[in-house]
Design a protein around this ligand. Structure first.
Ligand code: NAD
Length: 266
């Protein structure tokens, strides 16, 4: 990685994790990397923890497309965004000394609530009723009404997020080389008033999905952006599309997306 020398280690600032991270800091210095103490001056951001820590590192650093992210897991549990285990220093040395390291690019969603701020998502944007009641929304693809949903909620996932929450509701696993988003339902009611497709569907980068919430049962919906919940008292509509931005991670020879799918699920 000749052009990237500034590394930021993202980890919980407790004694236990600091002890785990300090050998990595030493290793980085030994190979002439500068360990920086803020995201902004880094061009490599390393998260220490699991998938949740990786999602937070990407979110808190602002979904930067000009730096390389790497996930280091501290547990023996399988993890989708972590290419290294904390003990695999040989593998890390191999990666940091490789001249032309290959990079993987992951699609990201851009979510806008009403006319407000946009949020990025690496796994998914989800919307659920905040109370023990169904809620309804109209689903539009671009300007065209597509379906009338009533039920528990919806999940709109990226390809890399397709193996997370989306998979638990029988959504398809999608290759991250396909720039798209997948829409999956959470327990939809289907009757003569409300009719949905009933299966997940996948939209290309050309399309914008709009979810319009009806006024009569707009009960403080819970909107999830990856592993964070947004506080939204009154929401009229959510617009979701694929962002132009992509997240870059290191590509290792034994850790393709489909190898990880096989290791995790088969
Ligand atoms: P975490 O690290 O505790 O993750 C929870 C679990 O989800 C872990 O086993 C993790 O490995 C796995 N996971 C996260 N992203 C994944 C991905 N892209 N592919 C496969 N597995 C993945 O951290 P967290 O902060 O709780 O994780 C947040 C994620 O958990 C959300 O983005 C959502 O996708 C997922 N989630 C799943 C369910 C469900 O399956 N019923 C419900 C809520 C949230």
């Amino acid at each position: 990685m000749p052009n990237r020398r500034n590394v930021y280690f993202f980890h919980p600032k407790n004694k236990e994790t600091k002890a785990l991270v300090s050998p990595l800091i030493e290793l980085a210095k030994q190979y002439d990397f500068h360990v920086v103490d803020n995201f902004d001056s880094a061009n490599i951001i390393v998260s220490i923890g699991g998938d949740g820590a990786f999602l937070q590192a990407v979110r808190q650093s602002g979904f930067r497309d000009d730096c390389l992210y790497a996930g280091v897991t501290t547990s023996d549990q399988l993890s989708f965004y972590c290419d290294f285990h904390i003990d695999e220093t040989d593998k890390m040395i191999e990666a940091i000394t490789t001249e032309n390291i290959e990079v993987r690019r992951f699609p990201v969603l851009q979510t806008q609530i009403d006319q407000g701020t946009s949020f990025y998502c690496l796994n998914e944007c989800s919307i659920r009723s905040g109370v023990i009641k169904t809620f309804s929304l109209d689903v539009f693809i671009n300007e065209n009404h597509f379906e009338a949903f009533r039920g528990d909620g919806m999940i709109i996932s990226t390809p890399t997020g397709s193996t997370a929450y989306n998979k638990s509701v029988s959504g398809a696993v999608v290759d991250p080389l396909i720039p798209c988003m997948q829409v999956s339902e959470l327990a939809s009611l289907n009757n003569n008033n409300y009719r949905t497709l009933g299966s997940s569907f996948i939209l290309s980068a050309e399309h914008t999905l709009t979810l319009k919430l009806s006024n009569d049962n707009n009960h403080n919906p819970i909107i999830g952006i990856d592993n964070e919940a947004l506080n939204a008292r009154q929401v009229d509509q959510i617009q979701i599309r694929l962002s132009d931005r992509q997240i870059k991670t290191v590509k290792l020879k034994d850790n393709s997306f489909w190898q990880r799918v096989k290791r995790t699920f088969l």
